[in-house]
Ligand binder design. Structure first.
Ligand code: SAM
Length: 242
């Protein structure tokens, strides 16, 4: 039976890859990559010569059909994203769904677990992580207020991803929403109930040379990140604790 392996790759440090992931990447017939140039760097670092095929969130149905045909013809494939675990705010889910619809039972789908910015950030957060909510990227426009409201009302720590372009904007919006928070009281009336966002963790550039972790009160974190242009570069995870 042909197998599609969903392979976790580093989120920064190239050493963060499992021995099994390296073996599978070397053994499969083709590697499906979000960006063949990005994965090319990882493959050349480990001297892996497997041919790559591009597969990303905008790939056509035609491409998905061709991937399904390859699996049906017995080819083993690996799916990787640019960083971390495919399917986690990254392409993967749609392809797996299409494969299950067409070839359910006739193809193996195996996880080759590896790093993810969600688990890496939670593991160093110091927060209780037996329950948490992962919300991925905030929407740019439609649904943004609902997204922020959901963070405010969550009982558990919430993890969100953000890019360098919007990190300050997102943190400012969280601060404002917490300050202006309202809740329905016992009389059924909407009442001002500001939230103290004192248990926030922002992780920047995890596992990379400039890894930085900011902890504590949101206002102080915003000040620190704003104070240096360098601190506004890179990739960010925001955890809002309760
Ligand atoms: N699939 C990936 C995973 O498993 O974490 C996530 C891909 S998503 C397109 C990219 C986002 O993940 C970045 O914008 C950032 O929010 C977060 N991220 C990825 N690598 C990171 C790192 N080294 N440090 C901090 N955040 C990171």
């Amino acid at each position: 039976m042909a197998t599609l392996y969903i392979v976790g790759t580093p989120i920064g440090n190239l050493e963060d890859i499992s021995l099994r992931a390296l073996r599978i990447l070397g053994e499969v017939d083709f590697i499906l990559c979000e960006d063949t140039r990005v994965t090319g760097k990882l493959l050349s670092h480990y001297n892996i010569k497997t041919p790559t095929i591009s597969y990303h969130e905008h790939s056509s149905e035609n491409k998905v059909e061709r991937i399904i045909e390859m699996l049906a013809a017995g080819k083993n494939l690996a799916l990787v994203s640019d960083a971390g675990t495919p399917g986690i705010s990254d392409p993967g889910g749609k392809l797996i769904q299409a494969i299950l619809e067409k070839l359910d039972g006739a193809v193996g789908i195996e996880s080759v677990p590896g790093p993810s910015a969600v688990t890496a950030s939670l593991s160093i957060s110091g927060m209780p992580t037996d329950k948490f909510i992962f919300m991925g990227f905030p929407p740019h426009k439609k649904g943004r207020q609902t997204f922020i409201h959901k963070i405010m009302e969550s009982e558990w720590p919430v993890v969100a991803y953000e890019s360098k372009h919007r990190i300050i904007k997102f943190l400012e919006e969280l601060k404002k929403a917490a300050k202006e928070n309202k809740e329905i009281n016992k009389k059924g009336e909407l009442e001002a109930k500001p939230i103290d966002l004192t248990s926030v963790v922002v992780c920047r550039e995890l596992s990379k040379m400039h890894e930085t972790v900011y902890r504590g009160e949101i206002e102080r974190i915003i000040e620190k990140i704003k104070a240096s242009a360098n601190d506004q570069k890179g990739e960010f995870v925001v955890i809002v604790g309760k």
